[in-house]
Design a protein around this ligand. Structure first.
Ligand code: NAP
Length: 365
């Protein structure tokens, strides 16, 4: 199966060159691919660090020291974009990112993407994308992140109680004021994104996307490719399933969301584990890679994408380099689809993660 990179249109010159011959840096590692977000001023690594698990909430707890080391490891592997949100550990993940990037002028070399549009109610997050809430959240995020600007500010979830145009207007003001450099959306479909873009430029979209969760292929992915929208794929490893480290005996503790994630419940869990085993075999036979590298490479070869790799321990990022410097061609893509069709008979998406809408009193207001 020959090397062929999909849509090199928006990739860095280095990446386009890799289509013919992978470039290797002097330390023997494949160089991190990059992608421009709205132009060369924001050039991001195509693997970004995801920080949800670092926050601990819904992931069975946080280990702050290990989280700092993970940010360091990401930087060492050539990652320059970190995705976070106020919702991750109710502010803890943003605090960690802010503290990790504070020393040695690091902040200037890194890009921070964070989010707005959710509000805490006891131990859960609910949607609130009203202009006043967004302004308040932005101020709080800037403080926690120890910075005077956010590089990519994303609406986390659409809020049915607030017209999209109002939310977009609030973000447009923050852009004018220089508090944010670019606007992104997350969990919005194509029609919602178009409404948002009628008010203000939107440079990124962040949907769930991985080998097992491909709902966006019908509309959002082609739309992104056609309209210069960079797609930050979340759940790249399907919450660890695609790491290749899980077995039927794997157990999750505390408030870990995988205790309720339908993919991790039997008998379905076995189907997904079988798919992972077959994909691993395929990747090793044809490319000399693991399923983890295959899962990330697959996302990068599907369009103008960035793979968000969630991690909370530095060793979880050790394989980053193995996703660089090669690519999947059409024949490989088809074989992967055949494996998925054969192994998973009761597919299920990531819908269980959607946060509840606003309380009835605010929605009615
Ligand atoms: P993910 O990247 O698919 O999986 C992350 C988990 O996989 C890690 O926490 C770790 O779990 C496991 N893992 C990672 N590397 C591993 C390795 N080398 N070996 C074994 N296990 C490994 O899921 P995600 O964190 O949910 O998604 C990525 C990022 O996308 C998030 O962190 C967040 O920034 C963003 N996100 C956004 C939204 C949204 O609504 N916009 C929703 C979800 C996620 P353990 O530590 O438990 O082993």
């Amino acid at each position: 199966m020959s090397a062929e990179t999909a849509d090199p249109r928006k990739l860095s010159p280095e990446t386009a060159a890799e289509t013919a011959a992978p470039r290797w840096s002097t330390n023997g590692r494949a160089e991190m691919e990059t992608i421009e977000i709205g132009g060369p001023d924001i050039t991001a690594s195509r693997i970004a660090l995801g920080t949800w698990a670092m926050g601990g909430w819904m992931w069975g707890g946080s280990d702050v020291r290990s989280a700092f080391q993970t940010v360091q490891a990401a930087i060492d592997h050539g990652v320059n974009l970190i995705d976070t949100a106020p919702a991750y550990g109710f502010g803890l993940a943003e605090e960690i990112v802010g503290r990790a990037l504070a020393p040695n002028g690091r902040r200037k070399r890194m890009l921070i993407a964070t989010k707005c549009g959710l509000e805490r109610h006891n131990n859960e997050m609910r949607r609130n994308a009203s202009p006043s809430r967004i302004r308040e959240e932005c101020t709080e995020s800037l403080k926690r992140l120890r910075t005077d600007h956010i590089d990519i500010y994303q609406l986390h979830w659409p809020d049915p109680a607030v017209p999209i145009e109002e939310t977009a207007g609030a973000l447009a003001k923050l852009l004018q004021e220089g508090k944010i450099r670019a606007i992104g959306v997350s969990n919005l479909d194509r029609a919602q994104t178009e409404r948002f873009r009628a008010v203000v430029p939107v440079l990124t979209t962040q949907p769930p996307y991985n080998l097992f969760e491909r709902e966006i292929e019908a509309e959002l992915l082609p739309y992104a490719a056609q309209t210069e929208l960079v797609l930050l794929a979340y759940g790249s490893l399907c919450r660890g399933l695609l790491s290749g480290r899980m077995t039927a005996a794997t157990r999750f503790t505390g408030d870990d969301l995988r205790r309720v994630d339908p993919k991790f419940q039997q008998p379905r869990f076995d189907q997904y584990l079988n798919a992972v085993a077959e994909l691993d075999q395929f990747a090793r036979t044809h490319f000399g890679k693991s399923v983890l590298a295959l899962a990330v490479r697959w996302i990068l070869d599907r369009g103008p994408t960035i793979a968000l790799w969630g991690a909370r321990r530095p060793e979880q990022l050790a394989a980053i380099d193995t996703a660089m410097g090669w690519s999947l061609d059409e024949a490989a893509m088809h074989e992967i689809d055949r494996i998925l069709d054969r192994t998973i008979t009761t597919r299920v998406g990531p819908e269980f993660m959607a946060p509840p809408a606003a309380p009835a009193d605010r929605a009615a207001a």
